[in-house]
Design a protein around this ligand. Structure first.
Ligand SMILES: [Zn+2]
Length: 67
């Protein structure tokens, strides 16, 4: 059991060292953070949702709230 202590410490340290500098946003629909993707490189500023599915979810919610 005590073996897990040092292993966890080492892996969290190496993760911090490896930190990737990608911008990220939080999706207002699912409230999950999502990171920059290469396919979004020209439209990142306009990207609001993590996925097409959340985009559609947003549209559906607006339709319902207009009712
Ligand atoms: Zn989402």
């Amino acid at each position: 059991m005590s073996m897990f202590g040092p292993i966890t410490t080492v892996s969290s340290l190496s993760m911090a060292h490896k930190k990737v500098h990608l911008p990220s946003k939080i999706c207002p629909i699912c409230l999950r953070p999502f990171s920059w993707r290469k396919k979004w490189q020209k439209q990142w500023l306009q990207i609001k949702y993590c996925s097409q599915r959340c985009r559609k979810d947003k549209a559906a919610k607006q339709l319902f709230s207009d009712d």
